[in-house]
Ligand binder design. Structure first.
Ligand code: SF4
Length: 300
């Protein structure tokens, strides 16, 4: 448990009595920023191969993926309960009836007690939100929106094809539906300095969100951004680990303390990652961050 900020396990403890593990599910969705609904080509930094664990192959159905995931985790923790995490691409982009079938299939799997649904802020029809609100009465639902930044100029530059106003609207409607809301942000997007990043954190702190994820911008092979940087069109920030830890400490100073932080870093597969190559596991990073927060706390 984190000492100097609220972490995700503390948040989950408010919803579930025991230990919970997320299992990522790839239900074979696409993304409106790839299929032409909103745009084509996707966000400039995105290579979806970076967020699918090995057990999570779209050739398996939702039930099979969850059963595989459970086998993986149950070896270590036989009493574990689970959350189905619809992670890859945009998990609310589709026919509402079909979406509900997939969510309900996940909840019918033994020991799966809740849903986490990752999506874009411009992709949450009210009809679906109303249905999720009904599911939430019996099985907790958390909706995570990829906001990435509050600056529309940056959103446009990275081809997100949505705006900060879309994020504010989605967060407010989800909160009003009684559903827990999380946001995801990338720290170090091209053109953003520390002041802009902290300005985003200030704005986020005013929204009724429950959880937040941050990660460092990763330059990944096969993306538009990697090509642009290689061709010298622009550069991306090159934080050392210590510089990034200092930035995270400042982010926490600006963040509303009741928001649970789920992560500060993310790790793309080694063969796809160009930079930064810190060589740290997520838990090693968190350990170093916690030590830095302790030092800061003690020096006050
Ligand atoms: S980051 Fe998300 S919204 Fe952007 S292209 Fe990738 S899957 Fe689509």
């Amino acid at each position: 448990m984190a000492e100097y900020y609220r972490d995700f396990s503390q948040f989950l403890a408010t919803l579930f009595p025991g230990k919970m593990q997320k299992i990522a599910v790839n239900a074979g969705f696409t993304c409106p920023n790839r299929d032409g609904t909103k745009g084509r080509g996707g966000c400039t930094y995105c290579n979806n191969q970076t967020f699918n664990p090995a057990y999570c192959a779209p050739s398996l159905n939702v039930t099979e993926q969850l059963e595989e995931g459970k086998k993986f985790f149950a070896r270590k923790y036989p009493n574990m309960r689970y959350l189905a995490y619809f992670q890859a691409y945009t998990n609310t982009h589709g026919d509402v009836k079909r979406l509900l079938e997939l969510y309900n299939e996940a909840l019918a799997v033994d020991k799966v007690d809740g849903l986490i649904i990752g999506t874009r802020p411009d992709c949450m029809p009210q009809q679906l939100l109303d249905e999720l609100s009904k599911i939430n009465q019996t099985n907790p639902v958390i909706v995570e929106y990829g906001a990435e930044t509050s600056h529309n100029s940056t959103l446009q530059f990275i081809n997100r094809c949505h705006t900060w106003e879309d994020t504010v609207d989605a967060v407010n409607r989800t909160h009003e539906a009684g559903i827990a809301v999380g946001l995801h942000f990338i720290l170090g997007l091209p053109g953003e300095n520390e002041e802009m990043i902290l300005n985003t954190v200030d704005k986020v702190s005013e929204l009724p969100i429950d959880t937040i994820k941050f990660h460092q911008l990763q330059l990944v092979r096969g993306t538009r951004m990697a090509l642009d940087v290689e061709q010298g069109k622009y550069s991306v920030p090159t934080f050392t680990v210590d510089q990034y830890i200092d930035l995270c400490c400042k982010v926490l100073q600006h963040l509303r303390p009741s928001i649970a932080v789920e992560r500060f870093v993310s790790q793309s597969p080694d063969d796809l990652l160009i930079s930064p190559r810190w060589g740290l596991k997520n838990y090693e990073f968190t350990h170093r961050l916690n030590n830095r927060l302790k030092e800061l706390h003690q020096s006050q």
